[in-house]
Design a protein around this ligand. Structure first.
Ligand code: UGA
Length: 442
């Protein structure tokens, strides 16, 4: 099939590359000329396992092209995906101006039937606005060409996006015509493993499904984080509790890992946006609001533990392991590491930081400053530190030589923000251990 993707951000690029990989002819279009030039040369702007190879192979085979020419892009694909950004407004609502601009552009240029599909996470009702914007642009030029709109939200996880796209749990397709349903069923047929994974529904339900999935997951995490706070206070070990409750299939083991709060571009943004949507319609979402509040509080937990241990943090040096909001990405949006470092700087401490992929991003965000030392590895970060904080559970941090670390550090204090270390083992190496919701004795 011939596919056009507007937006070469995270979602657009992964979607374009993976659809080319299954044999489609894909044109990705973006207004950022520099980005398009770099992509054409095979330079990928984000770190995402497996993506570079797929882009490279499909550009080489001619199935994947990048352009800034919107007219050419509209002419190319029968299916036109909108995967541009929806940055939050001041009140947390998604800003739709870029999505609607694309709809308008399609209306201005289309010469025959187009199926226009929103892939970006957009508030319920956006497809109607897309239809309206496109229809108006079409009418303004006196055109009368048939088109459909559809919603096809993505469920990709950063760090596993290619895998998630190629082997989806489900493909959600929101349509209001058989023609649109057939196009999308055909497009996703190669990704059905063993059984049909496509779930066809009405457009508004598809739009809500995206938020609902993220909010259920975010709620699980905030609930576990809240339980970990209780565990801390009653001297119980949340890790033992987690293993036991996960055994109940109705709860399950996924997304019940307590930690230092969820980050990234999706959960925080979507939680706020759905609360806003409901609020504007006169419904106060109490649980969803609490998910956000609990998370904001949880992102302070690492700093609070350091503060409780040291009292005054002025002049202290803290080693920070992991800056990305989770492993296998260089994304630092809403990362707990940012909350921690900013609080440490306010308290007068110096940070020695290391992340396997996000160093460049950290430099971009914070620039050069005296109280931030960019280190070349985990050991380097620990040198002379008063405490070590594990913020992101990258594989490389899993089994360090604690005896060596203890000798490098000024004080052997460890705050384990993801509960990946065994407290008694770490204690043997001479560390004072603080986890999330677990006592040092466990
Ligand atoms: C999330 C969803 O998992 C995807 O299905 C969805 O498509 C995506 O948002 C999106 O809307 O685009 P992502 O933000 O990439 O994906 O990352 P997750 O793996 O879901 O992790 C989110 C945050 O939750 C991370 O900060 C992670 O450390 C934290 N987390 C996750 C926990 O604290 N505990 C857990 O048990 C699981």
């Amino acid at each position: 099939m011939r596919i056009t993707i507007f937006g070469t951000g995270y979602v657009g690029l992964v979607t374009g590359a993976c659809l080319a990989q299954s044999g489609n002819h894909v044109v990705c279009v973006d207004i950022d000329a520099d980005k398009i030039a770099r992509l054409t040369q095979g330079e990928i702007p984000i770190f995402e396992p497996g993506l570079e190879q797929i882009v490279h192979d499909n550009v080489a085979s001619g199935r994947l092209r990048f352009t800034t020419d919107a007219a050419e892009a509209v002419a190319h694909g029968t299916l036109q995906f909108i995967a541009v950004g929806t940055p939050p407004d001041e009140d947390g609502s998604a800003d739709l101006q870029y999505v609607l601009k694309v709809a308008e552009t399609i209306g201005e240029h289309m010469a025959d039937y187009r199926l226009v599909i929103t892939k970006s996470t957009v508030p319920v009702g956006t497809a109607d606005k897309v239809r309206e914007a496109l229809g108006k642009a079409l009418a303004d030029r006196g055109g009368s060409v048939e088109f459909d709109v559809a919603s096809n939200p993505e469920f990709l996880k950063e760090g596993a996006a290619v895998e998630d796209f190629m082997k989806p749990d489900r493909v959600v397709v929101g349509v209001d015509s058989d023609r649109a349903a057939e196009h999308l069923r055909a497009l996703y047929a190669p990704f059905n493993r063993q059984h049909d994974r496509t779930i066809v529904m009405d457009i508004r339900s598809a739009e809500l499904t995206k938020y609902a999935a993220n909010i259920v997951l975010a709620t699980k995490i905030s609930l576990m984080n809240e339980l970990s706070q209780v565990a801390d206070r009653v001297d119980a070990d949340i890790e033992q509790v987690r293993r036991a409750i996960g055994a109940d299939h109705r709860i399950g083991y996924h997304f019940i890992y307590p930690g230092c709060g969820f980050g990234g571009s999706c959960f925080p943004k979507d939680v706020r946006a759905l609360a806003q949507t409901a609020g504007k319609l006169g419904y106060d979402t109490e649980i969803i609001n609490a998910v956000e509040r609990v998370n904001d509080r949880q992102k302070r937990v690492l700093f609070d533990k350091l503060k409780a241990h040291f009292g005054d943090l002025a002049g202290k040096t803290i080693a920070v392991w992991g800056l990305a909001f989770k492993p296998n990405t260089d994304d630092m949006r809403e990362a707990p590491s940012c909350t921690l470092m900013e609080a440490l700087w306010d308290a007068g401490a110096t940070v020695r930081a290391f992340d396997p992929e996000a160093m460049k991003e950290a430099r971009r965000i914070y620039g050069e400053r005296d109280d931030l030392v960019f280190c070349k590895n985990g050991e380097d970060a620990a040198d002379g530190a008063d405490a070590l904080v594990l913020v992101t559970e990258w594989h490389i941090f899993r089994t360090p030589d604690f005896v060596d670390l203890a000798t490098r550090m000024k004080q052997a204090v460890l705050v384990d923000g993801r509960n990946i270390y065994k407290p008694s083992y770490v204690a043997q190496a001479g560390f004072t251990y603080y986890g999330i919701g677990r006592s040092a004795a466990s």
